[in-house]
Design a protein around this ligand. Sequence first.
Ligand code: GRF
Length: 188
Amino acid sequence: PRVAVLISGGGSNMVKLLDSMAADHPAEPVLVLANSADAGGLAKAKAHGVQSDFVDHKPYGADREAFEDALIAKLDTAKADVICLAGFMRVLTPHFIDRYEGRMLNIHPSLLPKYKGLHTHARAITAGDTEAGCTVHEVTAKLDDGPILLQARVPIRLDDTPDTLAARVLKQEHRIYPQALRQFIRKL
Ligand code: GRF
């Protein structure tokens, strides 16, 4: 299958997915697509020899579907048939999701179903949780809610800040996302 990875920022998860597909994978990375020109991951994609592009979401304002149509046009040109959201920070509407449901994954930095949405690490610390983690799930119209493929747990230490916890969780994201994508593709 032809895999597209959607990013918003540095793309550290995207890099791990590209490395995994370059190594031992029936999947081919065909596009790294960002929602802004200055997503740091775009340069990393280029360095990995993978086609990269962006659609700036800002000119579309509140017209989410028009923004999504621009994304879809790029994905169609690349003939992508699996979508990996990796640090992609825009909420996607059913307009986009209906088109890719069953072929789209996301990595979320919490042990879903706990802490859907943002600021997951601060929320887990504030709640006094003793562990946190990350989840790879299929994307459905309900935010951070689709079928779970893989999770990883990490301890929360008493002196943790959201940043120290985020760094610990991110290492596990990098481990489970490539594993989850491999599993997912085998079942397509
Ligand atoms: C990180 O907060 C990660 O937990 C979440 O998206 C953010 C950026 O990830 N998945 P990346 O480095 O852009 O992959």
